[in-house]
Design a protein around this ligand. Structure first.
Ligand SMILES: [Zn+2]
Length: 57
């Protein structure tokens, strides 16, 4: 679904203008990502806060 509201892309950490990406519901909140990031990182758990492929937890 296209994002109605702007926000920070959870994939790359860059700003997403309204309508330029997708938003989704996650853990009771909404998060936004670029349309390009949705394609690029499809099937991965890429998250700019966690950094790349690392998964130390
Ligand atoms: Zn992005």
């Amino acid at each position: 679904m296209r994002n109605k509201y702007p926000g920070v892309c959870y994939r790359c950490g860059q700003w997403v203008d309204a309508g330029k990406g997708h938003f989704e519901r996650y853990s009771g909140q909404f998060r936004v990502q670029h349309a390009e990031c949705a394609i690029k990182y499809r099937g991965t758990n890429q998250n700019y806060l966690k950094g790349g492929e690392k998964n130390n937890e």
